[in-house]
Ligand binder design. Structure first.
Ligand SMILES: *Cc1c(COP(=O)(O)O)cnc(C)c1O
Length: 415
């Protein structure tokens, strides 16, 4: 597109803009179980209203916008209360999970250096199932990422002994996920805690996708093992509001056990022509709307609202478990939250994925082992029967060997 030499009428631009969505996945009809968290019209409306109320304000300026500074600190307090943050625990909002994880690694590295460790080279040790955001941050900061194979007992949990053995004096962080993305499984955080204490290494819990889910699932009676600051060795946590916090996109939290740890995060600089600047996280300009929308949704839903929504998601996941087992699939491990992966002992998961894709479903897939993957939202309760019907058809057509003829080339990459 070339920029129009004369600006166009908004009506015309708007029609064009909205028309652009016509080829997108039909997420409002539940056709995706990745990228979008659909909690219904009412919540979408509140996200939009609350976002636009502070859309022009900038979280970079807490003195100019005490409103945003207070809302951010309210969000952090609510997060810390949910995740058993002790007295003195603190944190900041970021633009997303990748941002939160990057800041956690930067903070752990600077903390290690301030204490005389890992001066020349640093590494982190994590399970193979941990999110690739750790590798992105590792590439940015030249931190080696040591991925350790999972336990082979079918639990899809981190192998804590192997992780401990992979640590050395330059290890600045060990990581556990609650839960991991590929399998939806919560790592044994208490065992990781013991290992990290023996080695005196920073333990980070990546609760990007579970931080605002697991506490409510537990309130609903789901047996969620200790995974947060309740475990004393946990020094930092990442938890995304724009996932199961049902906030507008661009909102996550990075949390620390103490101010002393947090203090290694902010950037504070005066040696340039402009005025000195101090920022807590990677961002300069911070969209006020992401902060106000998160604050508003947390207040709108409250504990009872989140319990209800997460209960709906867990119930849908149980229906998926039953439905896919009836089609001969095996569930990977024992997922208890909103993510689930399942494989078929006879049929190629990616061939089934291809069939589902042709039926309009854009879900996600897990590579190790090849499996179908769903990250469920509250609205999926309405669409899961249709999914299971299409899945049954897809498995059947694969079984009948039709795919060899018709197999579409489907790329399961997130790109
Ligand atoms: C989504 C996710 C991330 C990354 O979050 P973004 O907001 O996509 O940057 C990190 N860890 C886990 C476990 C996730 O599910």
């Amino acid at each position: 597109m070339k920029m129009p030499s004369r600006g166009r009428q908004w009506d015309d631009v708007k029609a064009d803009l909205l028309g652009r969505g016509s080829d997108d996945v039909n997420w409002r009809e539940g056709k995706t179980a990745v990228y979008v968290f659909n909690a219904g019209e009412e919540i979408a409306k509140i996200q939009k209203e609350a976002y636009t109320a502070y859309m022009s304000e900038n979280g970079l300026g807490p003195v100019a916008f005490p409103s945003l500074a207070k809302m951010e600190s309210d969000v952090i307090s609510m997060a810390l209360e949910l995740l058993h943050g002790p007295e003195g625990s603190t944190g900041a909002m970021t633009s997303g999970g990748t941002d939160s994880i990057t800041m956690a690694m930067k903070t752990a590295r600077d903390y290690a250096r301030a204490n005389g460790h890992a001066i020349d080279s640093a590494n982190i040790v994590l399970p193979q199932s941990a999110h690739l955001a750790f590798d992105k941050a590792g590439q940015l900061m030249d931190i080696e990422v040591r991925r350790i194979a999972l336990k082979t007992d079918g639990s899809y949990e981190a192998d804590v002994d192997a992780m401990e053995a992979a640590c050395d004096p330059n290890t600045i962080m060990m990581v556990g996920s609650a839960p991991n993305f590929p399998h939806g499984i919560i790592d044994p955080i208490e065992d990781l805690a013991l290992a990290s204490e023996r080695k005196n290494i920073w333990l980070h819990v990546d609760a990007c996708v579970g931080g605002y889910f697991a506490p409510f699932a537990r309130m609903n009676g789901v047996p969620v093992p200790p995974f947060d600051f309740e475990v004393p060795a946990v020094r930092s946590m990442s938890a995304d509001l724009h996932k199961y916090g049902y906030a507008a996109k661009g909102a996550s939290t990075i949390l620390f056990r103490s101010q002393e740890l947090y203090d290694h995060m902010p950037f504070d600089f005066a040696c340039w022509s402009g005025a000195p600047m101090k920022t807590p996280t990677l961002a300069g300009t911070r969209p006020g709307g992401a902060i106000s929308a998160a604050w508003a949704i947390m207040n709108y839903l409250g504990v009872d609202g989140y319990c209800r929504l997460q209960g709906e998601v867990c119930a849908t996941r149980e229906r998926v478990e039953q439905g896919v087992k009836a089609l001969g699939f095996e569930i990977l491990g024992n997922p208890v939250l909103g993510l689930i992966a399942f494989r078929h002992p006879e049929h190629n998961a990616f061939a089934i994925y291809g069939e589902m894709y042709r039926k309009g479903w854009i879900t996600s897939a897990t590579k190790e082992p090849p499996s179908l993957h769903l990250m469920l939202s509250p609205q999926h309760s309405k669409f899961i029967d249709a999914y299971l019907e299409d899945l049954a058809e897809s498995v059947q057509s694969i079984a009948e060997g039709e795919t060899e003829k018709a197999a579409p080339k489907v790329d399961v990459r997130y790109s």
